[in-house]
Design a protein around this ligand. Structure first.
Ligand SMILES: [Fe+2]
Length: 293
């Protein structure tokens, strides 16, 4: 059995896991413990050369917590998968105005997965099934490091602030037609503290995204300007990690403290990626994110 190695990749976060793959984590407690520790420390994990299957992706993901089940708006409705693809069932590619193409564009806004849900997500696991040969990268930024780079008086002001998240708000930035009445009614806005403290290491993180539209006690225009400024601060040039996908890659990121976005790729290139999403539990620091009753 080879030793597990962690190779740092990004500017202060993101790391490649070597010497253990998804199957090791699914089967061995020691591999899970090492990868869990790496996840808490580095926030984005990269595995290369995985022989991925739906079953393996589920077995790996379930180690970390309960899985989100896809609801409306997904081809994978009722399963633990969120599929992002431009490939039709007959093998042809979707036209640029297709709902899947709009989803890909919305995915290019800086966001964290499922902050608009209750409970929100601990982590996402994304496996490459078909990769574009040009573009289609995923870019990451650390809201933990963004928080730590803020001046102390600003952190003090934000630590006890609460912000509102709404899937319809971010989708409305792309196309008002992107969200159905059914999706709107199943995903009402939710409110979370602006700072998420990781109970494994005590490190704080900003917790906002393109889904975030309001902050309690602040005029809406002022809040939206502040949110945009904070996202710009966190994702500034030199502070991101850009992942170029290769076949066999699987990535996992911590939605409590990572912003990510998809990058565009040519319309005539197929791309198919499959996500599983792990739900945050109280052990992940969720209780302190809720407003006091
Ligand atoms: Fe995402």
């Amino acid at each position: 059995m080879s030793a597990i190695e962690i190779k740092r990749l990004g500017p202060g976060f993101a790391a490649e896991v070597r010497g253990a793959g998804l199957a090791d984590v699914a089967q061995r407690d020691d591999a899970y413990a090492a990868v869990r520790a790496a996840f808490e420390a580095h926030s984005v994990l990269v595995f290369h050369g995985q022989k991925i299957s739906d079953e393996l992706q589920i077995a790996y993901s379930k180690r970390f917590g309960p899985l989100e089940i896809a609801k409306a708006a997904s081809r994978a409705e009722g399963t633990p998968f969120s599929v992002l693809t431009n490939i039709e069932p007959d093998g042809s590619l979707v036209p640029p105005d297709h709902k899947e193409a709009l989803r890909a564009r919305a995915n290019q806004l800086w966001h964290t997965d499922s902050c608009f849900k209750d409970p929100p997500a601990l982590a996402s696991v994304l496996s490459a099934r078909v990769v574009a040969t040009v573009g289609g990268e995923t870019e990451f930024a650390s809201q933990r490091l963004g928080w730590e780079r803020l001046p102390e008086p600003r952190r003090a002001r934000l630590a006890d602030a609460y912000a509102w998240h709404d899937y319809a708000y971010s989708r409305g930035k792309i196309s008002p037609a992107m969200i159905s009445t059914r999706e709107r009614s199943t995903l009402p806005p939710v409110r979370w503290r602006v700072r998420w403290r990781n109970p494994a290491n005590g490190r704080d993180s900003l917790y906002i995204a393109s889904h975030t539209y309001a902050i309690d006690g602040m005029p809406e225009g002022e809040a939206q300007a502040l949110l945009a400024e904070l996202i710009e601060h966190t994702t500034a040039s030199g502070h991101t990690y850009l992942h170029h996908w290769q076949p066999g890659d699987v990535l996992m990121w911590d939605n409590r403290c990572i912003l990510h976005r998809g990058r565009p790729w040519p319309d005539d290139q197929p791309r198919h990626v499959v996500r599983t999403t792990i739900t945050a539990t109280e052990a992940d620091g969720l209780a302190a994110m809720r407003p006091a009753a």
